[in-house]
Design a protein around this ligand. Sequence first.
Ligand code: GDP
Length: 197
Amino acid sequence: MNITSAKFEISNTDVAKCPAVCRHEYAFIGRSNVGKSSLINMLTGRKSLAMTSSKPGKTTLINHFLINDQWYIVDLPGYGYAQRSKEMQRQIKKIIEDYILERQQMTCLFVLVDSRHDPQKIDLEFMEWLGENSVPFAIVFTKLDKLSSAAAKKQTEKYRNTLLESWESLPPIFYTSSADMRGRNELLDYIEELNQL
Ligand code: GDP
């Protein structure tokens, strides 16, 4: 799919204030610093549509971007940033959970995972929660350019095997790098497919 336009539409902390119009919506989430903003910029071909930052934990809002005047990319707050206060963590968890459970037009949630790290409890528990709530999701490995192809294979296999300890089958999995644009076509093709449904 070609991205011909990508426009920021609205930021907020309340799912009730998200755009009222019903379009397919694809949300992106992951631990702070996982590479979410970079991935959104890479997918849309815009340098700074989503705010990238070397300081983790910056985005605490639900950000809607209208793509090709047809569908939305939604940048959700990063989770699991320990330096946030307990109260802030609680508020962000609520924003995320309300959005995921209430937003009917969310067609797929892309859960980003840093390919360099071993499976993390917080991500595994989050995916478990998605499963319990029948939320459609896919896993996106990020920053693959930082690993050799052998290391990438080993790490991602380890991840899949860990998931298979508790899941009967795996969700769709994408292998990406915002640095070399790996996985861009695969992700956009998948979105295009879902847009037809
Ligand atoms: P976010 O907090 O999840 O939105 O993460 P960002 O997109 O702001 O990225 C966090 C840091 O990781 C930044 O320093 C990015 O330049 C870097 N980064 C993100 N994606 C990639 C990638 O695919 N490859 C490499 N080498 N660095 C990346």
